[in-house]
Design a protein around this ligand. Structure first.
Ligand SMILES: Nc1ncnc2c1ncn2[C@@H]1O[C@H](COP(=O)(O)OP(=O)(O)OP(=O)(O)O)[C@@H](O)[C@H]1O
Length: 604
């Protein structure tokens, strides 16, 4: 049944469940090696010690064979020679153990260092990507890629060193085997193609199985993130049962994918090697047994060959065992690479853009805007906001108000026309100055884990405590903050769950105003706020707008009656514009909208 599910999944879905072509796997391997840059010397040390270990593991059976065949079979061998050999042999074993310790220690340290580096790079990259990327990739899937996927790199690098160890060990063993009995060694060369064949078969099947497993884990994390982020709505609309069954379904799919892997590994890994080792040992005994019919076969030779065979198969076994993690690492590396290569960046500024915002004049000239480059959302949008003016954007839901702000804030790229600030192309503005001078207040501003003070300061140490108090007073947030037992030091949980919607809004006002922006972008809150807080918010907004160019999305038309210009949007087109009075006099779209809201308010 489990197989069937996986088969179905394979057919159904994502590109992850298809096999990664070999050349791409190699490219990923190369990339993973490059990602280990800061740990190169540790890897190099581990590899060097591993190489010395392989020489020793080939050499020890060789000298033991000579000792057994020449010294032990000779009754005249002095005791001193035996003791010296034993001491020398023991010393080499101790040396080998020390080498193994450093080898393992450096592998581990190097892999951890490399892992740490990759995680940092991935996290940094996420912050370079634009909103469009996050529209497309669920948060939970990103958590999987940055956290779980990177974990498997650790084993990947381990395998890489194991692989080098296995190759070196095989070469060293064959050298000593040929020195001992070339005839038998020629036959034993056959082991190499046979094991390569088993490795190839395993590789072929495991790649798609691991890819599918990763995809399922990612879907599982995405579902979990969705459940946690939407917990309020889930509880409100009694969605628990549906969410539970959806989660269970994905969880089962993940289980099936893992089960498939377990079955594949238990069939193809250990038993295959054990069988080959057993058969090779039988062959060696048969070969040497045959020789014994014509001449005596020394016991040391039998000992050495059975030992060497172990030294070939054990590292190969290790390699094959960790091939599963190699597959995991390659798939994860592939997915991490997808993030690192993604070019859905924030909209780019022109090279050497260094324009500064001084007065705050904004002009939209025939702007066309689309999120995906296919569906045009804003059509030929043109308007001018003179310094200090307030421009209000109104219109039904989906009419393009937020999209106008998204284009102005450079969250998304616009396709046609131009946006100018103080007469300069918006793409010529210095990005740091731009973000400082544009004060954006969203409907639901995100609160970070910390306290009220840090949420206003936003970890900008150049802002003093007094400036924070002044900003809070300016936006009328001081009264509620002072009434809290710990005032500005009141702890804030991630997302601000300990604060009311109105309080969060006031904190976000203070956060914006403390930076003294030249231009204000306001997305008026639609949340229900008590009348007292509402009055405080309106007072705050009035204060904030003074001497600042303001672009405000207004849901309640009563709040923007005094705007210098009101743009009425419908399906991304400005259908009317003017002041409140002018628009009412036109008795058009705005008039209807206003009347409708007035009636709704009267009915409340
Ligand atoms: N991130 C996005 N990706 C793709 N399309 C989007 C995105 N955001 C909005 N849209 C689409 O753009 C159109 C305009 O949406 P927009 O959010 O600008 O409307 P709005 O006037 O601000 O609505 P509301 O008052 O409900 O906030 C809608 O058709 C919407 O589906």
């Amino acid at each position: 049944m489990a197989d069937n599910t996986v088969e179905k999944n394979k057919k159904n879905n994502s590109i992850w469940s298809q096999s990664i072509p070999v050349h791409e796997q190699l490219a990923v391997v190369w990339r993973l090696i490059k990602m280990a840059t800061p740990a190169y010397w540790m890897f190099a040390g581990a590899i060097l010690f591993a190489l010395i270990s392989t020489l020793i593991s080939g050499y020890l059976p060789y000298i033991l064979q000579n000792f057994m065949n020449k010294q032990l079979t000779n009754p005249n061998t002095p005791l001193n020679a035996v003791i010296s050999f034993a001491l020398g042999f023991g010393a080499i074993q101790i040396f080998s153990a020390i080498l193994t310790y450093f080898q393992n220690f450096w592998y581990g340290q190097a892999s951890e260092t490399a892992l740490n580096n990759v995680r940092k790079r991935l996290y940094a990259k996420l912050h370079q990507l634009g909103m469009r990327y996050f529209d497309q990739v669920p948060g939970g899937a990103l958590v999987t890629r940055v956290m779980n996927d990177t974990e498997s790199f650790f084993d990947f690098w381990m395998l890489l060193v194991n692989l080098i160890y296995a190759v070196a060990s095989i070469i060293s063993v064959y050298i000593f085997m040929f020195a001992s009995d070339p005839g038998l060694s020629y036959w034993l060369l056959l082991i190499v193609p046979v094991t390569l064949l088993t490795i190839w078969v395993y590789q072929k099947y495991s790649s798609s199985v691991y890819r599918n497993m990763r995809a399922k884990l990612s879907a599982l994390n995405a579902k979990l993130a969705e459940s946690i982020n939407g917990i309020e709505t889930i509880q409100n609309f009694h969605q628990e049962t549906r969410m539970k069954s959806e989660f269970e379904k994905i969880n089962q799919e993940y289980f099936d994918a893992r089960f498939h892997m377990v079955k594949m590994d238990s069939r193809l890994l250990g038993p295959m090697n054990q069988l080959l080792l057993g058969m090779t040992t039988v062959f060696i005994l048969w070969y040497l047994g045959n020789q014994s019919f014509t001449a005596a076969v020394a016991g040391g030779t039998i000992y050495a060959f059975t030992n060497w065979i172990g030294n070939i198969f054990n590292p190969l076994n290790n390699v094959q065992q960790s091939l599963s993690t190699f597959q995991d690492g390659v798939v994860s590396g592939y997915r991490a690479g997808k993030i690192l290569d993604d070019t859905t960046y924030e909209p780019a500024q022109h090279e050497n853009a260094n324009g500064k915002i001084t007065d705050g004049k904004i002009e939209f000239r025939h702007v066309d805007f689309s999120y995906d480059g296919k569906t045009t959302i804003l059509h030929d949008l043109s308007f001018t906001a003179e310094p200090g003016q307030t421009i209000a954007l109104v219109g039904h839901t989906g009419s393009g108000k937020s999209s106008t702000i998204n284009a102005l804030m450079r969250f998304y790229e616009f396709q046609k026309g131009s946006i100018l600030i103080d007469g300069q192309d918006i793409r010529d503005l210095d990005p740091v100055d731009f973000r400082e001078k544009m004060g954006l207040v969203l409907q639901d501003s995100f609160m970070f884990y910390g306290d009220i003070n840090s949420n206003i300061r936003m970890y900008d140490d150049s802002i003093t405590d007094q400036q924070i108090v002044d900003a809070a007073r300016f936006v009328d947030a001081d009264k509620f903050i002072d009434s809290l037992p710990h005032g500005y030091k009141t702890p804030v949980l991630e997302g601000g769950s300990s604060l009311s919607a109105g309080q969060k809004q006031l904190i976000s006002f203070a956060r914006t105003i403390v930076r003294d922006p030249k231009i204000l972008i306001l997305d008026e809150a639609t949340a229900n706020i008590d009348t007292q807080t509402e009055a405080a918010i309106q007072r705050a907004l009035k204060n904030m707008r003074t001497n600042r160019t303001t672009i405000a999305i207004a849901h309640r038309l009563s709040t923007i009656k005094d705007a210098d210009l009101i743009l009425v949007l419908d399906k991304g087109v400005v259908v009317e514009q003017g002041t409140h009075r002018q628009l009412l006099a036109q008795k058009g779209y705005y008039y209807d909208l206003y009347k409708m809201q007035s009636m709704e308010n009267a009915g409340k």
